[in-house]
Ligand binder design. Structure first.
Ligand code: SAM
Length: 234
């Protein structure tokens, strides 16, 4: 991953290798290695998830954005906070498992706190009922953050606060997306949160291989879920 002038084919190769990893430790070390090229690579992929998720959240948080405390889970190099800042949000905490991605996020000077933490079910080292908005963008998929983390996202959100989650809808992520959606809906049925918006996006990012695309599109679809916390516990 050392070359400076990367092509789309190089990036597709990198993403394919990432998708083959199933152990979280390996995923984190992959991101450590990828960190320096991450932003230029995702630009080539036309990865728009940080922009789309931020706009979607801003659409439902119309007031007092500058007062809102936002948690960016799996914040990576900070692309989500950079987008949210343009929309009037000012207060960000970030967590991620990759030291090198966190260093790049730190260099943006947008986060008040950044914390290294490996995310698995029941693992968010943060206080309950703290955040006005919690986002997890580009990290809910097989081999990355287990979907069971969403109970933790709910726990650290204030009553009335918003949780914004994204996942890919390509063939290889189908099972994960189905399981994630089942837990989201089960929590909805228990009255823990209410659905605010579910938005399917056709052009989420360029596909990493032809097997991932539908018909003639070179893009894969993605989905944004926004829920509002309505109850603390079951
Ligand atoms: C595709 S990047 C997304 C980063 C950022 N949210 C964005 O949209 O640009 C995925 C991030 O999730 C982090 N990550 C993946 N699995 C993780 C895990 N189990 N625990 C902690 N961080 C994880 C990686 O280190 C990486 O920074």
């Amino acid at each position: 991953m050392a070359a400076n002038s990367r092509t789309l084919a190089d990036v597709q190769g990198t993403v394919l290798s990432l998708h083959k990893i199933s152990a979280i430790k390996e995923t984190i070390s992959f991101y450590d290695t990828w960190s320096e090229l991450y932003e230029q690579d995702v630009k080539l992929l036309d990865y728009r998830a940080p922009l789309l998720a931020s706009m979607s959240l801003a659409d439902v948080m119309l007031e007092d954005r500058d007062q809102a405390l936002v948690l960016d889970v799996a914040c990576g190099t900070g692309l989500v906070a950079m987008q949210l800042q343009k929309l009037g949000f000012c207060n960000f905490h970030g967590v991620d498992g990759s030291e090198r991605m966190l260093q790049l996020a730190e260099s943006k000077s947008v986060y008040q706190t950044l914390q290294k933490c490996i995310l698995h079910a029941g693992s968010l080292p943060l206080s309950s009922d703290t955040y006005d908005a919690v986002l997890i963008v580009g990290a809910l998929s097989e081999g990355q953050v287990p979907y069971t983390i969403i109970r933790e996202l709910h726990r650290v959100t204030k009553l009335g606060g918003f949780v914004c989650m994204t996942t890919r809808m390509n063939v290889s992520n189908h099972l994960y997306k189905t399981q994630l959606q089942a837990v989201i809906e089960e929590m909805e049925q228990k009255g823990l949160w209410v659905k605010v918006k579910v938005q399917e996006i056709k052009h989420w990012e360029k596909a990493s291989s032809v097997h991932e695309t539908k018909q003639d599109s070179t893009y894969i679809p993605g989905i944004i879920f926004i829920y509002q916390k309505s109850k603390d516990h079951e």
